[in-house]
Design a protein around this ligand. Sequence first.
Ligand code: FES
Ligand SMILES: [Fe+2]
Length: 470
Amino acid sequence: MNEMSKQGPALKPGEARCPAASTQEIIARDKVGAPDWVRSEAYEYMGSEDISKDRYINADYAKAEYERLWTRTWQFACREEHIPQPGDYHVYDVGPYSFIITRVSENDIRAYYNACLHRGTKLRASGTEGRASEFKCSFHGWSWNVDGSNKNVVCPWDFPHVDKAGLNLPEARVERLAGFVWINMDKTAPSLAEYLGPEAIKHINAWKLENRYIALHVTKPIPANWKLTVEAFQEAYHVIETHPQVAVSNADANSQYDVYGEHVDRFISPLGVLSPHLEGKYSEQDILDQFTVGDAGVLEGNKLSVGDGTARQVMADMFRGMFEKATNADLSAVSDSEILDCFSYTVFPNCFLFPGISLPMVYRFRPNPKNHRECLYEVMFLRPVGKDGVRPPPAEPIELTLEQSFKEAEGMDPGFGAILDQDTDNLFLQQEGLEASAKPGITLGNYQEIRIRHFEKAVDKYMAMPPLKP
Ligand code: FES
Ligand SMILES: [Fe+2]
């Protein structure tokens, strides 16, 4: 690839771009045009300094994150379909904190601190969910109604000093958006709408994620700090080296990066287009073959012909037909880009949305409170609910061990499982390498790694605040 930028050498930092066709130029050639929020760019240069590595390797830093960052941010706690009926609850833990996310009535969802107000026992074990008519403590039997009011104190004569009116279960804040339930422990935090900002809300709403359900849910501990793990998915820069099998049909170096306010960023990584790193080495037919019948192919044996057209267009048409059939829906007005491309949004701090139709996923990342060098990574495939409106129950999580391959999860496409293994194998080496390194920080590309800088800027913002105890 020509290493000079498209605009020549005399550019300010952050202005240089891969010389190949830009993401916007690729999308502009598509048959079914994309909406304005796909056709816009929102990159911002945020400096070129190295990011200190302490944040990834220091146990005290991780401890401070629990008090400063996790207590103040909006977090994806569960999907609404986890708790469809009044009385349904789902336990969400982050670090030392634990919440019982409960549907009290159709439009009232609460997040109770998961601890008995007598001597602190968790009212529901971590990782559990179900339907409750009350929350009763397993130690001495104090109990609470589903609406959080105290139901019973055993031997009340012994607690004349306890005001029953003050015995409601304390709550974190709850908001709902796009079928997700979000919680925040900070009573003074901005609303979710302010936190995300109008542009990001517009994008999230446009994807209609409330009309999807969790078809597959896989969890796996990763031997790396949670932020390193998040950042492994924030750029397409690694594709050519880490996932060479997909670079043949992925515009990697010319993917687009955007930032929206402090907490949301995005990339659009076009598919059905040759990587600029491989320019001249593959034909349009090769690109199509790689995507459809190659190592990571989506078709079994049915070779398609590109004819006079482009691999990208044949693929967009093929996916449109496939998904229309699968969901019995009319996708004729949905753009080729939304159907085909890899869209990825970070919602700081724990959530990643991949809302594109060909690879619809949500990731969630949470630190391991016992080991700052480990986190829990979750992959949820969100499929559209069919035209009949019948919403299948959310898939139970398949809990992989640290040693297992993503390919072992039942229902995981093996080609995609291999990609996730490639991503996570690097993380172990990166964590250990950062600890072994003589260099005090990590270095980032100005454009392709802007989401990492943006993410760490948000980390810095919260870490500069005083501790907030819930
Ligand atoms: S600790 Fe819950 S009733 Fe005693
Ligand atoms: Fe990757």
